[in-house]
Design a protein around this ligand. Sequence first.
Ligand SMILES: [Zn+2]
Length: 267
Amino acid sequence: MRQAYLTIDDGPSEKFRLLVDFLKARGVPAVFFNRGDNMQARPEDVIYGIRHDFIMANHAYSHQRASRLSFADICADILRAEAVLDRLYKEAGVKRPGKYFRFPYMDRGMGPSLVEPGRRSPAHEEGYNRLVTVGLGHALVMPDEAMVEKKRALQEFLKEEGFENLPVRGVTIPWYAQTEMAEGVDSLCTFSTSDWALSARHIGKHGFSNLEDLRVNIDQDKDLQNQKSRHIILAHDQAEIHDVTTALVDHFLDRGVSFLDFHERVL
Ligand SMILES: [Zn+2]
């Protein structure tokens, strides 16, 4: 049976509680990479998520692209969201399971690039390019040296602040496991549901016009066929696409995918 970890970005939306209830009813664990501004707007919802055993993690405060902010501004934005998370875990009376972070747009400082130039082998290109273009909707652009430096400095910053990679195991997709993607202090993924592509802003512009297109994309994705590797799946908590995201989670379940708990650490 295929196994996967579910990661959900951009919450808590107005439909966050519905999503939590939906996942809970199906026994699907998840980590939520929340925006600081959304947590500030709906603190009780975050506490609700924590008390229902979901992991709340950091997706920066104001959801901006790291490559377009100064180094100091990104760091401040991350710490601002961190302060909100700390406070809400305290209010919930639950110890934080770990400090996890995902960059907005997965922009690690290198724009659309997830891996430094020259650090992938030709065998990695197909799957990697598919995630960047189909999954994240980015163009394939090479970062310059200054961007690479910024990415490295941000990794150092995250380490110093005590962030750690998600406790996922058994992810062996080569372009993920054999590149810096698996080593990053920030959290990446191996498959994106592209649920975002059905929002009003994006619909029809990225090759996806309806739910069926996204289901077919899941069924045909080469890496997802890999039964030996576990998968790290990206979805979103955005009110506008709530029905899309939940339908895709159900589609994975229909296809026999089981979602794993992040807490099962091996000592
Ligand atoms: Zn995001």
